[in-house]
Structures are given as C-alpha cells and as structure tokens.
Design a binder for this molecule. Structure first.
Ligand code: CP
Length: 349
C-alpha cells in the first residue's frame, strides 16, 4: 500500500501570518498622537505591578506596539549587545517564547534558566545572592515564579531591571499589556477621554479576581479606561471573589462592578468576554470556573470579542476559534509587539 503524504506537506507554508489583523494596529496608530517623553520615563525601571503604569504610558506603549505590528519588518536593533536573563521557574508557552522572540527580533542575546533545580537555589542559595550574580551576567531579568514574593526578594539584590512574567496568584502586568492592546485595537476610541454613554462597553470577566493574576493585573489597567466602561460583570461561584481592598481600589479608580453566577443570563450584555480558568498556587494550579464554558452555542452578543490569556482548558471550546469572537489568538500575537514596545523603552538607559 502506498502511504499518502499528510495534506500539510503538499502546501507551501503561508507567508501571511504577519499580515493578520493589520488594519487594527493601523487604526490605533493613526488615532494616538505620539508623545515619546511619556514612555521615555520607563527607561531603567523594573516592572512588577500594573499599578506602576499611568494611562498615558499604557496608551503610548500600545501606540509603539501598533507601530511595530504595522511595520512588520524590523530594521532597527536597539537591543544589540544587551543580554536578557530569562528565568522561568513555572511552565510557560506564550510569555517565555514571546519575551525571547522580542529579544531576538530586537537584536539582543539571551541566557536562560528554565528549572531552578539546575541552579544554586537547589542547594539553598538565597534569591538575593542569585540576583547579585545576575547583575554581572545580564542587562535585564524576566522572572516567572509561582511564589508571589520571590520577585520582591530578587529586587533587593538587583541593580538591573526585573520584569514580572507572573508571580504566583499576584500579578502578570505584561499579560495585562497584551490584553489592553487587544482591546484598544478592537476599539481604538477607548483611548478618548470624553465618552458618550451609548458607546460605553460592558466587560465580562469569567473567573476569580482574588486568585487569578491575569485578572488582577488587567482590572488595574481597565480602571484607567473606566470612562469608556459601563460595567464590569464578574461571573463566578466564589462567595469571596475579591481579595482585601481589591474591589474598593478599583471602584475608587472608576470601575463599576456587578457579580453574578449566571453566565448565560449575563452574556447577552457583554461586549468583551474575558475568560480564564486557572490560578497558579505553589507548584500547581487551582481550576476555577470550569463549570462555566463558552462555545458557539453560548448566547454571545453578535459583535462580542472573547479574550483568554491562555493556556486554554475545557472552558473555551475550539469551535469558537474560527469565529469573529476569537480575539484570543490576536491577543497572544499582540503580546510580542507590546513586549517589544515595553522592553525597548525600558532598555533605553
Ligand atoms: N498567558 C500566559 O501567561 O501564558 P503562559 O503561561 O503560556 O506564559
């Protein structure tokens, strides 16, 4: 019997990947006036929390990301000669690969640790001592650690910037940049201050703001754009969805919340549906909200977009992938450009 070739082997690979979604970054780019001084303020700083960013900095970073995404070809290599220390002590697909992709695309070099048991940490070395060594071996550290406090311990010993790539259940600020970049590409008008009531959007968050770092970080960014947000609906079965003072802090910034356990009853109002199902705790993760599932049969608004920081679980059906609701792949793709914008701004020192 003659074996048939896999159909993919009979096709030339598509070169169109970079052109996907090209019209959105251009619209965003054209709407935002460039203010280079605003992101120049980020030079030489570490990034641990979404709280560190002003609204103007987020907007200008998204503008620069849109510029990178729209130009597609990179003719400048501002990170030439700079070394990234990529330290991922917890599994990652998108964050590690996108940071490393950014670094390569901008001309830098990378050294990496993917398993702390191959370092002195396994022999009891303190994180502060590890940080002291990193000062001499690289120019910036990107750290993912399932221990919320590890990044603060590293910060004590570092004299080079460190970027939080996810610290336990606490925060994931560069994921929030990717999230807000996707939202602003979808609705560039959200950068405007003066917002008519009828154009405001409703955002649904399916998950637990107390325990999900992506949700914690993105809510802090959404609060900066609260003029354009009618309501944030939290879909959860948890009786304590917020951590201490979390809701009060966000409400003070201008967000209005409604908490509900009725997904299908709430979906018809949502313009953006942000779904996540896992929260990292220690070396493993807790699953939340798996009882809530989105699929093509869900009563989504016709123009609603779905965001998901991924990795995907059973909560998000693959039957949505080929629909216009799927903005989660654009969100993951845009993470490269927004991290390019961030890293090129931080490294200008
Ligand atoms: N969004 C996110 O943090 O994905 P990874 O865990 O794959 O990095």
């Amino acid at each position: 019997m003659v074996k048939k070739l896999h159909p993919k082997l009979t096709e030339r690979v598509s070169q169109d990947v970079w052109a996907e979604g090209i019209e959105q970054p251009v619209a965003l780019l054209e709407l935002i006036e460039e203010q280079p001084g605003v992101i120049a303020e980020l030079a030489g700083y570490s990034v641990i929390s979404s709280r560190q960013f002003s609204r103007e900095q987020i907007v200008q970073l998204c503008r620069l990301a849109a510029k990178y995404e729209a130009q597609q070809i990179f003719s400048q290599f501002p990170l030439t000669g700079k070394i990234l220390i990529s330290a991922f002590y917890e599994p990652s697909t998108r964050t590690r690969l996108s940071f490393e992709s950014v670094w390569h695309r901008l001309g830098g070099d990378i050294i990496s640790i993917t398993d702390p048991s191959t370092t002195g940490i396994a022999k009891g070395e303190s994180l502060q001592d590890v940080a002291e060594m990193m000062n001499h071996y690289g120019d910036v550290v990107v750290l993912r650690d399932s221990n919320n406090g590890a990044i603060y311990e590293m910060l004590e010993g570092l004299r080079i910037p460190i970027i939080n790539a996810g610290n336990g259940t606490d925060e994931h600020p560069t994921q929030a940049l990717a999230d807000i970049y996707a939202i602003l590409k979808w609705r560039p008008d959200l950068v405007q201050d003066d917002f008519p009531e009828e154009k405001k959007i409703t955002i649904g968050i399916i998950g637990n703001p107390a325990r999900m770092r992506t949700v914690r970080s993105v809510l802090l960014f959404l609060a900066k754009f609260s003029e354009g947000i009618r309501e944030v609906v939290i879909i959860t079965n948890s009786i304590q969805p917020f951590s201490d003072d979390q809701r009060e802090e966000l409400e003070k910034e201008g967000l209005s919340f409604r908490v509900s356990n009725d997904l299908d009853g709430s979906l018809p109002d949502m313009d953006v549906v942000y779904i996540n199902a896992i929260a990292w705790v220690g070396d493993s993760y807790e699953e939340h909200g798996i009882e809530y599932k989105l699929s093509k049969d869900s009563p989504l608004k016709k123009d609603a977009i779905i965001l998901h920081p991924l990795a995907r679980g059973e909560e998000l059906s693959t039957d949505l992938d080929k629909t216009d609701h799927n903005w989660y792949f654009a969100q993951a793709r845009g993470a490269v450009f927004v991290r390019m914008a961030l890293m090129s701004s931080i490294m200008r020192f």
